[in-house]
Design a protein around this ligand. Sequence first.
Ligand code: ADP
Ligand code: ZN
Length: 526
Amino acid sequence: MIHTQGLTMERAQAELQKYYGYPDFREGQKHIVASLLQGGDTLGIMPTGGGKSICYQVPALLLPGLTLVVSPLISLMKDQVDALTTAGIPAAYINSTLSGKEANDRLRAARRGELKLLYVAPERLELDWFRMEMAELPISLVAVDEAHCVSQWGHDFRTSYLSVSPFVDGLPERPIVAAFTATATPEVMEDIVRLLRLRDPGVFVTGLGRDNLAMSVLRGENKREFVLDYAASHSQEPGIIYAATRKEVDDLYQRLSAAGVPAGRYHAGMSDEDRAANQEAFLYDDIRVIAATNAFGMGIDKSNVRYVIHYNMPKNMEAYVQEAGRAGRDGEPSSCILLFSAQDIMTQKFLIEQNPQDSERKQNDYRKLQQMIDYCYTTRCLRSAMLDYFGEEHDDAPCGKCSSCTDDRELVDITVEAQKIFSCIHRMRERFGVALVASVLKGSRSQKVLQYGFDKLPTHGALSAKTEKEITEIINVLISEGYLALSEGQYPIVRLQLPAADVLKGQAQVVQRVARAAKSGGSSRS
Ligand code: ADP
Ligand code: ZN
């Protein structure tokens, strides 16, 4: 048992003030620090920029002995340690960039009790000599950064994370173990607890809905025009534009440059030098905007990014929140804009199919993709929708600044359309996908419709006044709102859900937001 008597939050706050100059912990940090000061294993879920470093650095100052920080990014260790040293906190790192002598000097400093924090990469924990060295030291806390790397469900599994737990078991006295990640899905959280063998941990999900971020989902935009206009009219502000492919990144980069916006680009197809140059230029504000694939951003610490635009829908909410969360790390108002088109769904499905993996994993990818699509179609407050997805507690008040909250487009009653759709799906015996349902409602006489005899259904052509695209949009809204559900897999089947019953019985209303300009039959000619 690590001795934690007398470690109060008052003392923690005093250290925070003394070394960092901050008057108080952020709300999320408070719970995590308190949990660690009570000696409890702790899992902290925080977005990038949420301030997780302080969550283990301040306890490290108060706890006896040494805190070992396991961090996957060698490139970041030096920055972290430099910052600590500048603040007057004795810290060091040991990694492959050091000579044997340098590493030895630091180990000796640790043995003399001159260090409070020691940073290492997980691979080091696999080395016998290192484990033996560590067993000689009074380690109170092991802080595992980017802990989702231990999980195969995460996006960057690292085998060496599996050695954290045996390493901890090999220490003469079991330290407190703290794990941090920005990935908050239940599978990943379970894996972290299980594979790092956290003991009855306090789990704290915080700060995903940072108040300074205005979230938007825009459907049906001309994406290219939107991006060019936006970047041009925000040319003084740093921004990131994420696109799905290298080709799109190159294209955006060229168009931005041609439009006179100082732009950069970043993707895995460029040379290391080229990438580094673009990244530097962005960090130092030589260029304002960077077009990039999701290869860009891991470990980038630029606090004044004012907007993140997603040119394509990402594969899941975790990826989205991680990338969008690179906006506004300094707490200033910033925008996260997702440009959605139905083509994005096709692209993501294609990518899932391309990826060789077992069927369980594939199902999981499809389920997450569907949740991402639901987010794109919801009419609810986007902040609430996002926090619900990650299971973070929040008040029910709408945020007042997301694209749902500020949407002044008309709410149109689509109850009748919904009834027709539900009834049609029921008559088709809930065995087909969205496209076929839409074409039956449209009144199509395609071969497939005729082959199944769906042209004989009373709902055949029930929405013939609409285009199949409009019908599909309505069905997507109904899925997002939980009236309908899709089965998993490449060719999902659309099925009725319980809430649809009330709508069919005329006991509940359904609404959809419709752009004013798109409304036909306008009578307001002046
Ligand atoms: P993370 O490691 O989660 O990405 P950091 O620990 O780097 O985040 O913190 C992000 C930023 O927030 C840093 O600039 C940090 O100084 C600042 N910060 C963290 N905690 C506080 C606090 N309690 N008060 C004010 N600023 C804070
Ligand atoms: Zn909102």
